[in-house]
Structure formats: structure tokens, C-alpha cells
Design a protein around this ligand. Structure first.
Ligand code: HAM
Length: 414
């Protein structure tokens, strides 16, 4: 038997119905914030991701040569594609441009619970601005989405990568080796960061200060420990968020992010229920457009790990009630089968989701099948009823049976 590739999943109809429902919730929230949906290709020129995504992502890239000898990669994330699209054809539109997207991404990772090689992101980008208002808008959107899904236990941590980058530069870390250090600090691998920093000639004191900075965590008050403009900036972001009703946030200068393109505010959301792979959302402010041939434009955005957040909701016991179909039509014999087809067509035309027995089942088995497909009603088409231009409608939750004129069924079911 051929199996699906490692790290991928099939979604059966029940799961797919649940996923589509929650996708719809996220789309709705994005639109209420004035964001509009885009779609970009699932594969791009590899260079798009090589330019700035950082070493973590590059090691995980699904990259190959196509038949025309071009270097192609499956997208590992959707920010670089969105900004490429902006540079290609949207750069003259009024700013800020507010876009969102939903789709699959691919990373060659070691699969485990909540970590897949094919996974789905729901993300948003606000292009054309660098100020606390834009960053607050993006964090507020992420928070509203998580709330709307109904996740109960989560934390949003907000930091500023500029502070850490500055600290590394001041300590003598060369620009081209910053990503390497940040990668270790992102995972709090101090033991591994230490020899790298020593190799660069960073003093004991400076090293300790760098590590201490990544441990600066707390409420708004810790911002007094954050030096210079960055502290001011984050204070403004936190104040706007408070006004917008987003209160459950922590300041955490240890938020480093795995991707290389961030320049200022960075944030992550975690769901503790998930254990090791608990990061359900990540984002921040960045510039990428100048790398793709456009002018430098500041942007801010985030992506929610759709699979992870659904997993977290499941772990919290959130139930999704499957909807099933409105009606299941059962002819009592082959003689009335033709009439039954007319009835089911009429219902479908009226937008009532309906199915009809295609297996020639006897009544008892047909009723069982109707339950299995979660039909709200069973419509029994029998000779006796037809002689009165009627059918019997059985409400599957109450068990009540009603004789209904065929011309009245649509009204009756609506
Ligand atoms: P990221 O943190 O790499 O950021 O990914 C965003 C989210 O995708 C993560 O927080 C996580 O929930 C989910 N995720 C990542 N890898 C996997 C995986 N292998 N399996 C399941 N879920 C995963 C970005 O991708 C940025 N583009 C976010 C962004 C948008 N920044 C600015 N704008």
C-alpha cells in the first residue's frame, strides 16, 4: 500500500469541515480589521527565500531544479512571497496595504506532534509603515483571531529585536555573523552561543549582558529597563494595545524569532497545552522589499500556525459540532424512485443540502445511513403519500413525522 509522505497529513471530511469552519472564523476577523485576502504560488524561485529567511529556514527548504534547470523551492513561509508580490505589482497602491493569506507551507523538519513537513499558515501583513500604531494593529489582529477561535490558555510575548541586534553590534559581533548568534539565543542555547561569542572576541561582561537582556521578561514596567528609543516604542505599542482591549501581553526581550528579516518589534504567542511545539503564532516588523528589487518599505505582520492552534483547542477540549446535511431522501420502492429524484433536485435548487439513497437500501438500513450522514430530516417518498402529492418528513432529532405537500417542503424545511 502506498503511504503519504512523512510529515504530511490527509484530512478526512469530518476534519476538513472543522478546519473550513475555523478558517472562516479567521477570514472574518481579518476582514473586520480591513485586511484583504491574497494568494501567491506554492513554489517560488529558491533565491526568494535564500535572500533573507535565515539559516534555520534554509536548512529546511524543499528545493529542487525544474525541467528548465531553474532553482525552485516550495514556500516555507508566506511573508517573502507576499512582499515579492507587493514589489511586482502593488507598490503604487495607497499605504498602508493590509493583506492576509491562508495556505500550506513546507519545511523539511523532524515531524512530531504539532510539527509537520506540510503545514498551514494564516497570516497577515501590513505594508508601508513603521510606527507603534501599525505594530499594535497587527498584534491586536493576531490576538482577536486567537480569541475568536476560542483558545483559552495562551500568552502573547512582545519584544524588540533591534535592542538585541544593537547590543550584539556594540559587543563586536560582525553583522554577517549576527544571524548565527540570534539562532542560538532564539532557542536559549546559551552553552552553544558562548563559544561562538568568545570566538568573536566578545568579553565576559558583554556576553553576560547579552544573556541577561534575553531574560528581561515581565509586564509593562520592565520597559524601564529597556534602553533608548526601543523602550519608548514598545511602551507606545503596549499603550495602544491597552486602548484596543488587548491586555494579556508580556514584554520579553528574549523573543528573537527564527527568521532573519525582522528589524524592530517582534512577538510570539504560545499555547502551553502544546508542550514542546507550543508556538502558535509569530511575527514582527521587517523590511524585505529592497532585497527583491523595490524601494525600502517597512512592514509588519504575523502568521498563525493553523494546525497548531487547532491542536491546542482540541487539547483544551473545544468541541466542534459537525453539521451534516439538511435532508436525506428515501424512496420506499423502485416505482417511486423517479419522484424521489424530482424531490431531491427541488431541495438542492432551493439551497437545502440533500442526499438521496443511491444503494437501493430498505427503509431500516436507509434510516441508519441517514443518521450516519447526520441528516437533519429524512424525506420518505412512498406511493401512498404521493397519491396525496405529499411526502413524509421525519425530523431526526425529535423523531416527529409530518405529512407535507410536495409544493410545501422547501418552506417546511426552511
Ligand atoms: P514562523 O514563526 O516561522 O513565522 O511561523 C509561523 C507559525 O507557523 C509558527 O508560530 C508555528 O505555529 C507555525 N509553524 C512553523 N513551522 C511549522 C511546522 N513545521 N509545523 C506546523 N506549524 C509550524 C513565519 O513564518 C513568518 N512568515 C511570520 C511573519 C509574517 N512575520 C511577519 N509576517
Amino acid at each position: 500500500m502506498i503511504q503519504k509522505p512523512r510529515g504530511t497529513r490527509d484530512f478526512l471530511p469530518d476534519e476538513m469541515e472543522r478546519r473550513r469552519h475555523y478558517e472562516g472564523v479567521l477570514r472574518h476577523i481579518a476582514r473586520t480589521f480591513g485586511f484583504r485576502e491574497i494568494a501567491t504560488p506554492i513554489f517560488e524561485e529558491t533565491e526568494l527565500f535564500v535572500l533573507r529567511s535565515g539559516p534555520n529556514i534554509l536548512n529546511e527548504l524543499y528545493a529542487f531544479k525544474d525541467k528548465g534547470d531553474r532553482d525552485i523551492a516550495l514556500r516555507p513561509e508566506m511573508t517573502a512571497p507576499a512582499i515579492r508580490m507587493f514589489v511586482n505589482g502593488m507598490s503604487n497602491e495607497p499605504k498602508p496595504i493590509k493583506i492576509f493569506y491562508f495556505g500550506q507551507c513546507f519545511r523539511y523538519e523532524r515531524p512530531q506532534s504539532g510539527r509537520y513537513r506540510e503545514f498551514f499558515q494564516f497570516g497577515a501583513e501590513l505594508i508601508g509603515n513603521k510606527n507603534p500604531e501599525s505594530d499594535a494593529e497587527i498584534i491586536a489582529l493576531a490576538a482577536s483571531m486567537i480569541e475568536a477561535l476560542g483558545l483559552r490558555e495562551y500568552r502573547i510575548r512582545i519584544g524588540h529585536i533591534g535592542v538585541l541586534r544593537q547590543k550584539l553590534a556594540d559587543a563586536g559581533v560582525p553583522k554577517e555573523r549576527t544571524a548565527e548568534v540570534l539562532q542560538k539565543l532564539d532557542k536559549k542555547l546559551y552553552d552553544e552561543a558562548e563559544p561562538i561569542l568568545m570566538d568573536m572576541g566578545v568579553s565576559d561582561l558583554a556576553r553576560q549582558e547579552i544573556f541577561d537582556l534575553t531574560e528581561t521578561v515581565g509586564g509593562k514596567d520592565v520597559l524601564s529597563e529597556v534602553p533608548g528609543e526601543a523602550g519608548e516604542y514598545l511602551r507606545s505599542v503596549a499603550e495602544i494595545l491597552e486602548r484596543m482591549g488587548v491586555r494579556d501581553i508580556d514584554i520579553d526581550l528574549g523573543v528573537v524569532r527564527g527568521l532573519d528579516y525582522y528589524t524592530g518589534m517582534v512577538f510570539e504567542a504560545e499555547a502551553p497545552a502544546l508542550g514542546a511545539e507550543k508556538q502558535i503564532c509569530g511575527g514582527g516588523s521587517y523590511t524585505l522589499s529592497e532585497l527583491f528589487g523595490g524601494e525600502q518599505v517597512f512592514s509588519t505582520g504575523f502568521a498563525i500556525g493553523f494546525d497548531r492552534i487547532l491542536l491546542a483547542m482540541e487539547k483544551e477540549g473545544t468541541q466542534y459540532e459537525l453539521r451534516g446535511i439538511d435532508a436525506y431522501v428515501v424512496p420506499t420502492s423502485d416505482i417511486v424512485r423517479g419522484e424521489a429524484y424530482s424531490v431531491v433536485s427541488m431541495l438542492r435548487e432551493a439551497g437545502i443540502s440533500s442526499d438521496i439513497d443511491l444503494m437501493g437500501r430498505k427503509m431500516a438500513k436507509a434510516m441508519k445511513h441517514a443518521s450516519a450522514v447526520r441528516a437533519g430530516n429524512v424525506i420518505i417518498v412512498g406511493e401512498k403519500e404521493l397519491s396525496e402529492d405529499s411526502v413524509t418528513v421525519r425530523n431526526m432529532s425529535s423523531g416527529e413525522q409530518t405529512l407535507v405537500k410536495i409544493s410545501d417542503i422547501v418552506r417546511f424545511l426552511s
